[in-house]
Design a protein around this ligand. Structure first.
Ligand SMILES: Cc1cc2nc3c(=O)[nH]c(=O)nc-3n(C[C@H](O)[C@H](O)[C@H](O)COP(=O)(O)O)c2cc1C
Length: 343
């Protein structure tokens, strides 16, 4: 008898990653801010919705492919920017880049990536996005954005929710020390960023779609659209910034209502299952992003681990779509979710 497959779900990868990582790196990856109420709420928010499957629609198989800013995606799941990937696996961001390419999706590379942004860009031939933190040294930021453009990154994701570092008590308790990034040499971020900076960022990287990541209110969504953002990522940074801020999925409907289809709205935080992806898309998200699932996959299995995590989510998504009567991503609509009776 062959051994049963060991990795059936994303959570199985978390368990193995915890076995191979040092306690300090595990706490860095897993932890949230404060009492981790927001971190926990990101998961619970998916339980506040139930799926409404529709049958007898002749759906024998589902195709989860989609498209964002002109790039085809094999599935509506992008890899969220997450820092210091070489601490989880020696191949770091380059392994994640190759995995995203193999799975047919996009990796968003963090400003805090440990390798040079050009080397990560060259690790695979597929489109990648660059996540931006604006540094107090604007000359350096401008030069970094020039390098991002010439290295071929296809979009910018400006993370707006880190004008201060969240209170990550797990990191403090284990004495976690962040490593030095080759690209940034760990300069200080500019804590005084504001809406006027959006125009300045655009000028440094003309022609690249600019998404704002960290939006948690309809009001900020409206300001983002008015300021000319090309997309929004509804996110609370995986519960790592302001504890007590809402679950991303809980604010997704108000953001979508305000945006009214003018620009794509993505969401991240707590996505662990194909059914979570269907719920987010049924509410109106264009795509989801995953942070920790990719981190667990990388730690446990390197490039292959990340590919497998994406494959697990893909198979779960296909199964959930088929059982909901959705042959394509476009078939997933608001009729496929309802508030949970006990939610
Ligand atoms: C270890 C770790 C590092 C992260 N680093 C960054 C970062 O450098 N830039 C950023 O915009 N978001 C960062 N995030 C937040 C992710 O982009 C994403 O919003 C979050 O992980 C989504 O929640 P999930 O982990 O539940 O999927 C990080 C998240 C984790 C877990």
């Amino acid at each position: 008898m062959p051994d049963p497959p060991r990795f059936v779900t994303v959570d199985d990868y978390e368990a193995l990653a915890r076995e191979v990582l040092t306690p300090a790196v595990t706490e860095f990856l897993a932890g949230g801010a404060g009492d981790e109420r927001t971190l926990a709420s990101n998961r619970r928010a998916f339980d506040r919705w139930v799926l409404r499957p529709r049958f007898l629609r002749g759906v024998a198989a589902a195709d989860p492919s989609t498209e964002l800013f002109g790039s085809p995606l094999a599935l509506p799941v992008l890899i969220a920017p997450w820092a210091y990937q070489r601490t989880a696996h020696p191949e770091g961001e380059r392994a994640t880049a190759r995995a995203a390419a193999r799975a047919g999706t996009i990796m968003c590379v963090s400003t805090t990536a440990l390798d040079l942004l050009e080397d990560i860009a060259a690790a695979s031939g597929s489109p990648k996005w660059w996540q931006l933190y604006v540094f107090a040294d604007r000359g350096f930021t401008a030069e970094m954005l020039r390098r991002v453009s010439s290295a071929g990154y296809a979009a910018l994701v400006w993370t707006i929710d880190l004008n201060a570092y969240g209170l990550r008590h797990r990191e403090t308790r284990v004495g976690y020390e962040p490593p030095i990034s080759l690209t940034t040499q760990d300069l200080a971020y500019d804590p005084s960023i504001d809406w006027d900076d959006l125009g300045w960022i655009r000028e440094q990287a003309p022609g690249l779609p600019l998404l704002l990541k960290g939006i948690l209110t309809a009001d900020d969504a409206e300001l983002a659209v008015a300021a000319g953002a090309d997309g929004i990522v509804v996110s609370n940074h995986g519960g790592r910034q302001l504890d007590g801020s809402p679950a991303s999925l809980d604010v997704l409907p108000e953001v979508l209502e305000m945006v009214g289809g003018r620009i794509p709205v993505l969401v991240d935080g707590g996505v662990r299952r194909g059914t979570d992806i269907v719920k987010a898309l049924a509410l109106g998200a264009s795509s989801v992003m995953i942070g920790r699932p990719a981190a667990w996959g990388l730690a446990a299995g390197g490039e292959d681990g990340v590919v497998d995590v994406l494959q697990i989510l893909r198979e779960e998504l296909e199964n959930a779509m088929t059982l909901c009567g959705c042959a394509t991503v476009g078939d997933i609509t608001r009729e496929h979710v309802a508030p949970a009776p006990d939610g």
